[in-house]
Every structure is written in C-alpha cells, then in structure tokens.
Design a protein. Sequence first.
Length: 583
Amino acid sequence: EQRERTTQVTEVTKRSYEPTLDDENEEYAGRILRDPDADEDMDANISDMASLLEEELRRTMSFDDDSILHHYLSELCETIDEPEPFIGMAPGFDEDWRELPYKEVLAARLREMQCLRDFSMFIEVDPSTLPTGTKAIPCRFFYRKREKDVKARVVVQQIKKKYGSYRWVDIFAAAPSSTAHALFAWYALVHGWPVIEGDLTTAFLHANLEEGMPDIYVQPPTEVDQGKWWKLQKALYGLRISPRLFQRWLSGEFKSVGFQPTRPDPMLFWRESDHALIIAHADNVRITVEPEAAGDLKLQLGQRMKIRWENELGEDWSAYLGSSWKRPGPHEMRVKPEKRHFDQLFKTLALTQAKPVSTPNWSPAEERHEGVPLDEQRATDFRSGVGLLQWIAHATVRPRPDLQYTVKELARALAHPSERDWSRLRRVARYCLGSCDAEMVMKPEVAARLVVLAHGDSSYADLVDRKSTTGFAIRLQTMVVAMGARTQAVIALSSGEAELMAANTTAAEAMFVQHLLQDIGYPDVPIELYTDSSAALGAVHREGAGKLKHIEVKQLWLQQAIRRKLLDCKKVGTQENVADLLT
C-alpha cells in the first residue's frame, strides 16, 4: 500500500510540475519510507525522518518552487507507519512445552498484535482508574508450528463461570448439520455450478460486542504486558460469548447481500435473486453460484469481511473440515476422511504392523473378555481411538456408512470400557487398515424424478441391554444426503415395534430434508418412506394402537402424517433395503 501511494503521488507531481525523477531515486525515496531503520540516524522520530527525506529529495530531484517540494514531502510522509506494537522478547512454546524457533515466535507475535490493532480489538486502560473490584480476565498467546512458520493467537482464558454468568441460550452458536453439507453438495452437482471455498481470517475479530453488554476487561499476555488492561471492543477467541456474536455478525453480513438463512438449519443461506447457496461452518465458507456471477459474489463478501478465497473444488484432493474432497466432473464429487486421522488411530492402538480384516463388526468369539475393566492408560487410549473413529465416520457428510453402526456401539462404552470393548475397537481399527482409502461417491441422477427416498430399518434387541438399533438412509436422485445409526431409547417388545420406531425416526429425518428443500427453492418435493417390516407397515396405515397397546402415543404420529398425505409409506424387500447396512 505504501508503494502504491508513493507511486500515485509521484505521478501527480510529474504531471503537475514535471520534476526530473528517475526510477532509481523514486525507489530510494520509497525505501526510506518503508524501512525507518535503514540508517542508524533515522530512528529518532517522524520529524527527523522528514528532514532527512527532504534533504534526500533536494539532492535527487529538481523543483522550481519550495512549496512544490513541501507539498510532495507532506504527501509522502503520510505513508510513514505507526510505531510497531510492543511484543516483548520472551520465547514461545507449543502446547507440549516444546520451545519454538525464537525469530518465528517474535514474528508471529508481531503479526497477531498488529492484527488486533487493525481490528480495533481493544482500548488500553489504566487499572488504577477503574472502580474497586473490577476484574480482568487473563489471556495468553497460543502458538502452533506450521510448515513454514509459527502462528500465534491471543486467547482469553475464560473458564467456566468465573468471570460472568451466562445461560446456555446466551452462548449457543449453531453449526451446519451433516445433512446441510450433503444437500449443499447435491445442489451444486445438480446445477453443475462451481464450489468455491473461503476462509475468514481472524474470524471472531470481525464481530463487535453488543450494546448493553457489561464492559469486559482483559489482562494482556505476560509477553506484551505494559501495566495496562484491555477493554475489549470485539469478540476475542476464548470468550464464551464470542461464537454466538460471530454467528450473528456473519448472518447479518450475508443478509446485507440478499441471503436468507434456512429455517431448519440457520448456517445454510439461500439467495432468491440468483439461487446462490452459502454454507458456513465457523470460519469456513463454501459458496455455489452460476459461474458468471461468482466473481461478483466474492467481491460483495470480500468488501464486508476479511476472507481468503481458495481455488474451486476440482480434480485434485483438497482438505475441508477434516475430510478430503475432489470433483472429477461437473455432476460428481468424492469425499473421504483425511489419512492423518487413520494414522493417528493406528499409532494410538499400536496397529501399524497388524493385518487388516474384511468386516468391521465383531464375532461372538471376540466377546470373551466381557466385564474386565481396562486400566487407566488403556481406557484413555480407548477413548482417544473411539473419538478418532467418530470423526472419521461422521465428518461433514458422514463419508463412512460402513462404520456408523460399530462406532455407535463403541461410543456406548466410553464411560466404563472393558476388555471386550478394547477387543472390539481393535477389530474396527484393523478393518480400517484395509479400507482407509475408501471414497464416498456423490453422483445424483440429474434427470431422475425429484423425491425424498427414505429407507429405515432396525436390528432387534442388542445382546447387552436388549435395546434395538435404528438405521436410516435418505436419498435425493440416488445420492445419499442423510444417514445414521442410533440406539433406540426404549426396549421394544417385538421386532415389529422396533421397526415402527425406526420408521418414525426415518420419517422425521426425511421431513428435515424436505423442509430444507422448501427453503432453497424446491417447495413441492414428496417423501416416500420404505420399510421391510409388514408389521410396521400395518401399524402406520391403521388408526390407534391396535394390539400395540403398550407403546407410547408419540410413536403413532406417523399414522396422522400419512392420513394428511405428508408422506407415503411403502414396503421394500430386505435385500433392497439400503438402511440394513446401518444396523
């Protein structure tokens, strides 16, 4: 920016007064402005720098009138930087207390402090001038080593309710569901539009604190503490209210350019004028719009937020929210979990030399250790392994349906894992050894009739607590947009009752997809519900409980939905029921 400003002033001066100024001397004048420490005599103050610059300009340029020189000099001096923020000289450490390269730490700290100043994040106040009893929240630098440098971020340490009382509704911030992510992909594929990814730089710093909120004071990190407190003006990382403030701000910016949030999922936005779609997950943004309008949309958003646009999703794999994505063609996407999650899983369980198995589920022979609790270290490793598997199976669009059931079962043992659960976990991990490169293909049949196809199934009476499992799969034009495996809340007394509860869950998920479609320009998409149970089919088509006198009344809502023609329920053969994989 300084270089451009110097060039502009130089061109104006040349046109108006025609002084003789060659490129070498112009570059030298710019260098003096850009690097105040270029000479030992140039570190006193701005007036000294201006005097030195005037002397240099008199030597290198010819002016007919001193007023012309002073005019040009005043224009150039406006580009002199303010003093750099104080960053201290203390070293930096990562979260494992490994010391990071000193120069990179100082550079990262300087970038972060400059960023806080650019966003007008805080006002410095003298704590002695504040009322007695005023408290300041401590904060610290959080360092992370990247491939080329170190990243530093100032994070507030607001733990629990020590520094304020917040209700759950005051701090809740929504994130898009996996269904919304899949529906976004379906929408882009059906239209053949590009998918452009953006990353909001220092996302929370965009959001102002709301009017009427009590003042928030922060004790600066020890590295930059100069005896002053910070009175916050913006949402800072670590504040409990920051995610909600950021979400409200982001929604407001999207609304200012014509986007409206969908009612079922507030982080999916649609614009009626050009049918553009946006999905925002924290500071990650994806947009899809007609190719001719993509540039204008990026410009509109770039004027309202500090966002870095990535390349369009294409034929090469690219990372997005823990998954790898690519787009081989205009109507096809492929997604898979990132390899690093599998590597961490194998390392945690020491399975790098193990042999893979062909199925994730366990056999009765692997249940022989039931009841023997794990020691503390292996219990920790078990929880870490299950957490990694949950991320692998559920990231963004749930790319691994073959792991849904087994991961759900493993998660039920997180509180008190046993030897049986450890054996189960190792079985699933060995299955992943041979299938970590499996890809989920998303390829809708664009010419097919648009209908929400919902398949539901259940497995009856688990051997441990006798609860059944519900599996569901929702598809649009053959592309899966929602799936899941869930343990039913109550013990079913028959397989027919378990299938009825599975049909209820599947219908609810299908209606969620239908409501999303209504808010993005598809008002009349019917639902076809499929079950392979004749008993469940009979129960939903009659009125009342019939012989199922013991079931809860809420399980009968599907009867009313069918009578109101909100959906249609049909029979499907067991071999054709795609939800069977999830049970």
